[in-house]
Design a binder for this molecule. Structure first.
Ligand code: OAD
Length: 232
């Protein structure tokens, strides 16, 4: 890894699983109990705001019971010590990366502890339940909604992510099934610009064949190992 300067790390629900947060897919996954289209689309919010708000209220409340694990901590240490460019792009809406201390971080799918004004687009830190009908105190008119990128909406900061990917020497994907685009396609951009590509996951992801190297195992073990390798 001596020739690596710029790093992009994509994380998914698997990195928070060992902290006690459910992943989306699989037998105990969040989407097993809910249809995505009932809780994670603009149409669902318009049809049944109470159900959508309750789903995210429960998940926001759960954040009080969980802590970052060794994988979040190792990435935060890498962020603090890595002299080159580094960007952690998370699909997760929990706040475990930042609680571990990560700074160079983008939440591409939004954040549970944030409320978004559906009118003016202003986001506001929000740690409690978010009652449907709450009005934005910025514009004073439109309703607040969970600050979650629903299916059919554009993820946040795609330009910044694309710029980082195009400068990357190493792209690492951690704990994601590779089922949701555009994140699932980042490996292809990284390969296109000649970056090394490495997947860390419990099992091969949907796009496993795009990665030069795959290491299978728990994020709490594999991520600290990789960080030790990178920091020498
Ligand atoms: P998934 O639930 O689809 O995938 C989680 C992945 O983590 C699976 O491949 C697991 O094998 C792996 N995994 C589980 N435990 C692990 C562990 N301890 N160590 C390493 N890997 C582990 O979650 P995501 O890929 O993050 O979007 O899902 C992507 C998006 O789909 C989410 O951001 C969400 C969802 O719909 C929105 O809500 C917008």
């Amino acid at each position: 890894m001596d020739d690596i300067r710029n790093i992009v790390i994509l994380t998914g629900a698997g990195i928070s699983a060992e902290s006690g947060l459910a992943t989306f897919r699989g037998p105990d996954g969040l989407w097993e109990g809910h249809r995505v289209e009932d809780v994670c689309t603009p149409e669902a919010l318009a049809r049944d705001a109470a159900l959508v708000h309750r789903f995210y209220d429960e998940r926001r409340a759960k954040l009080a019971d969980v802590r970052p694990n060794a994988a979040h901590e190792a990435l935060a240490a890498l962020d603090a010590q890595w002299p080159g460019e580094l960007l952690i792009v998370t699909q997760n809406v929990d706040d475990l990366h930042e609680r571990a201390g990560a700074k160079r971080l983008i939440h591409m799918h939004g954040e549970l502890r944030s409320a978004l004004c559906a009118g003016c687009g202003k986001a506001k830190r929000w740690t409690e339940a978010l009652p449907p009908g709450s009005v934005c105190d910025g514009c004073g008119r439109a309703l607040l909604r969970p600050d979650i990128v629903f299916f059919g909406e554009m993820p946040y900061e795609m330009d910044a992510i694309d710029d980082a990917l195009r400068r990357a020497d190493l792209f690492v994907s951690v704990g994601t099934s590779g089922a949701v685009y555009p994140a699932a396609g980042f490996v292809q951009t990284a390969r296109h610009v000649g970056a090394r590509t490495l997947e860390l996951n419990l099992e091969p992801s949907a796009g496993s064949f795009y990665f030069e190297e795959s290491r299978m195992g728990a994020a709490s073990v594999l991520v600290p190992e990789l960080v030790r390798e990178l920091l020498g």
